[in-house]
Design a protein around this ligand. Structure first.
Ligand SMILES: Cc1ncc(C[n+]2csc(CCOP(=O)(O)OP(=O)(O)O)c2C)c(N)n1
Ligand SMILES: [Mg+2]
Length: 797
């Protein structure tokens, strides 16, 4: 077994600025290693013993020295230029580096006073890392200065751009791992620069961390020559600057010069653009930092290459407790940073090093941009009732729910134009989802060439359309995390593309909510339109309501799911969502002309309750229990339910029917599980304790069972929803294919109400006949039967 430690050139202690900066970097590296390894003896004043070392060695060294190098140099830039910089750390597994740096600049101890700026604080800092009861190993919400956990790789650059939009004074320094750069979302993210307006937005400085390796192999970009890399990134619209090597002092020199150049370029681009000088396509600078993975760590361990290789990725010397030789090697590695030159007797950072870090809110660990709630101004919301549709009688007028929302959003954009804190993201579907009224007051952001015949494209638009759900999601995450508001409108089926990003944002919110120092941020709002039931142009590939199943896995505190049955309910729900914080709101609403049910006043009370009996559609109002509850959630299931009730009331006038509509899906869960949940008593009052409930649901039926399985009447719930049957067919045929249509619902009611089956044979047969007629008609004429197309609720209010 053998080990070699990298040579550190001893800087001349008469100390040039860069030699001082090198010392600062060594301090961050020392603290990073301490976090991975040590329980005690933080300053190594005593010989390192077994008991000083953690039993389980967890963390990532390989990326960390590079992250620390960048951090130290950004500190210099902030001081020199009084810059506002947010550090987004793509390889978030380098958490020890982020934590070390925020401890060095004092931010950490201000937030967590127990981790004080002395030897005892350093001991606690080391101990807590990746330790039960302590902090996680990544740049998680616990980490000051972070808006980006970086656990699931791929989203660094898109978060950085989201943060930079509408923040003209901010520069986001975004470190992208070269492995991370192989992910789909990151690969798409390079195009974000086409959506950045140098006049009203801040800047993003991508720093590609080309340490050559991932966990266990080389990276694609790492093996490309500089010539090829330059072409690649020029193609993406960047001007790449290379910083390459391993000699620390040489690298400090290169990095300082290059960062100065990059910040000069950014300033020049912004100055020119803000002075109104027309510019050709802007070429934003970026840095390609080619440095060894595990830089300054052991070169070889047990004869195997570590520094400059993937073996440096996690814990480079593994058997430190059991193997005394390994322990000695760790000790000499840590001593190679010469802690006595970095920290005074009491464990405080030497004052000349502390002076290198910025002060107050300029510190990257304390910037308010990384704690967006501090900057968040409530969205000014118009009165949604101004956009409400007139509904004199339920089910007799038609309207397009999302079109009404578009008009409301237009007002939102107008009212918040000065605050410049609201954006709408979507993969090319704003108009298709019928939100196009917004183009009366804004445009799509576009900084590329604009042709005279193009429509609604402008550098300063507030609608962001790119055919990448990853970018839409990530931009909006970055935007709300830095204190703004927005809406992501998406086809329902394709929002699955960001399942995983949704997960990560939900996890972030869950943890952030438990940290008193993180201020609430605006909720992330989804509008899922072009939903499963009305994919008239597209068919099976576009028919999938499963995002809801995915969403409800997450902590009840964080997620809300709304299924407004008509336009007025959609307006009320959306308006509510825009006033909420620290949540993910998912709204599913159709864009097609559909019957309208509730007046604005009715929508207000119905949506406030989350669910309720629709008295006008029910006939059990005489105090007796109903024979059957017809329940529904979602616009199309609501239509089919009301139509089924119409049929049942016509054919079986003595049947006592109660109609319950559910807008807020989470209300179905018990109040012990979800804050919006109904008490068991209230649930039983609505759905009865033992009457059959025919539930027509927008999504997969199992989800309803999952939400209500603890309820008294669960055994009597018969849920119909999407059965994975789909194609390009008529709207009514879609529901028939999935047995969610009015006839199947009515037949189910007959089958489930005790005694009814025996006396309702004629009605049942009539309904079956209609289904047979439907099949023949659609296959003959390619559209729904006239009595289906023209159906309207025959009752009143
Ligand atoms: C999406 C995703 N896939 C896989 C992983 C597992 N993983 C963690 S680190 C890593 C390698 C990262 O390499 P790179 O981005 O080059 O980071 P660095 O070399 O700076 O550590 C992988 C694959 C992950 N975190 N996220
Ligand atoms: Mg790498």
């Amino acid at each position: 077994m053998s080990i070699e430690i990298s040579d550190h050139k001893t800087p001349d202690l008469s100390e040039s600025p860069l030699a001082l900066l090198d010392r600062y970097w060594r301090a961050a590296n020392y603290l990073s290693i301490g976090q991975i390894y040590l329980l005690d003896n933080p300053l190594l004043k005593a010989p390192l013993t077994r008991d000083h070392v953690k039993a389980r060695l967890l963390g990532h060294w390989g990326t960390t020295p590079g992250l620390n190098f960048i951090y130290a140099h950004l500190n210099r830039i902030i001081r020199a230029r009084d810059a506002d910089i947010l550090y987004v750390c793509g390889p978030g597994h380098g958490g020890p580096g982020m934590v070390a740096n925020t401890w060095l600049d004092g931010s950490y101890s201000e937030i967590y006073p127990a981790i004080s700026e002395d030897a005892d604080g350093m001991r606690r800092l080391f101990r807590q890392f990746s330790f039960p009861g302590g902090i996680p190993s990544h740049a998680s919400p616990d980490t000051p200065g972070s808006i980006h956990e970086g656990g699931e790789l791929g989203y660094a650059l898109v978060h950085a751009y989201g943060a930079a939009f509408d923040n003209p004074d901010l520069t986001v320094a975004c470190v992208v791992g070269d492995g991370e750069a192989e992910t789909g979302p990151l690969a798409a993210s390079w195009h974000s620069n086409k959506f950045l307006d140098p006049v009203r937005d801040g800047a993003v400085l991508p720093i590609l961390h080309l340490n050559g390796y991932k966990i266990a192999g080389p990276t694609i970009l790492g093996r490309m020559s500089d010539v090829v890399l330059r072409k690649l990134f020029e193609g993406y619209g960047h001007e790449p600057f290379f910083v390459e090597g391993s000699d620390p002092m040489d690298m400090h020199g290169q990095m300082a010069t290059t960062l100065d150049l990059a910040f000069d370029r950014i300033a020049e681009i912004q100055r020119t653009a803000r002075a109104g000088v027309p510019t050709a396509t802007v070429r934003w600078p970026m840095i390609i930092l080619r440095s060894p993975k595990g830089w300054t760590g052991p070169k070889h361990v047990d004869g195997k290459k570590v520094e400059g290789f993937w073996r440096a990725h996690q814990v480079p010397i593994a058997e430190v407790r059991e193997n005394e030789a390994h322990r000695k090697l760790l000790e000499s590695w840590m001593h190679s940073y010469r802690p006595e030159e970095l920290f005074d007797e009491s464990g405080r950072l030497m004052p000349e090093l502390r002076a290198l870090a910025p002060d107050g809110a300029k510190r990257m660990g304390s910037t308010p941009y990384a704690n967006g709630g501090h900057l968040c101004r409530p969205l000014i919301r118009p009165d949604w009732r101004l956009h409400a549709l007139d509904v004199p009688t339920p089910g007799r007028t038609t309207g397009e729910a999302t079109r009404a929302l578009g008009a409301y959003l237009t007002d939102v954009l107008r009212l918040n134009a000065t605050a410049a804190n609201f954006r709408i993201m979507g993969p090319d579907e704003t108009a298709s989802n019928r939100l196009d009224a917004v183009f009366e007051v804004t445009d799509r952001v576009w900084t590329e060439r604009i042709e005279p015949y193009d429509e609604h494209l402008a550098r300063d638009g507030r609608v962001m359309e790119v055919l990448s759900e990853h970018l839409c999601q990530g931009w909006l995450e970055g935007y709300v995390l830095t204190g703004r508001h927005g809406l992501f409108n998406c086809y329902e089926a394709f929002v699955h593309i960001v399942d995983s990003m949704f997960n990560q944002h939900a996890k972030w919110l869950k943890v952030a909510r438990g940290l008193g120092w993180r201020k609430p941020i605006a909720s992330f709002n989804y509008l899922l339109s072009s939903h499963v039931w009305r994919q008239d142009h597209n068919g099976f590939s576009h028919q999938d309501p499963g995002f809801l199943d995915h969403v409800v896995n997450k902590k009840a505190d964080v997620v809300r799911v709304y299924l407004p049955p008509d336009a007025n309910c959609l307006l009320r729900v959306a308006d509510h969502c825009f006033g909420t914080y620290d949540r993910i709101n998912v709204i599913v609403a159709g864009k097609q002309p559909a019957p309208q049910w509730l007046t604005a006043a009715e929508a207000e009370s119905h949506c406030a309750a989350g669910l309720g009996i629709w008295r006008w559609a029910s006939n059990d109002g005489d105090g007796a229990e109903p024979d059957v509850v017809m329940a529904c959630a979602g616009d199309v299931p609501t239509l089919e339910t009301i139509a089924a009730v119409d049929l049942l009331r016509e054919h079986l006038p003595d049947l006592k029917i109660r109609v319950v509509n559910v807008v807020d899906l989470m209300a179905l869960q018990p109040d012990s599980v979800h804050p919006h949940g109904l008490s068991d008593a209230d649930f039983d009052s609505l759905f009865t304790r033992d009457r059959p409930v025919i539930f027509a649901f927008h999504g997969y039926p199992a989800l309803i069972h999952r939400l209500i399985y603890r309820r008294t009447n669960h055994a009597s719930f018969h849920v119909r929803g999407f059965q994975e049957e789909g194609t390009t067919t008529t709207p009514f045929d879609m529901v028939v294919c999935n047995e969610l249509d009015r006839f199947h619902l009515a037949i189910e009611a007959i089958d489930r109400v005790p005694g009814l089956r025996d006396i309702a044979g004629y009605a049942k047969q009539a309904f079956r006949d209609r289904l047979t007629a439907h099949r023949a008609y659609v296959e003959e004429y390619g559209e729904d039967m006239p009595d289906i197309r023209d159906w309207a609720w025959s009752g009143g209010r």
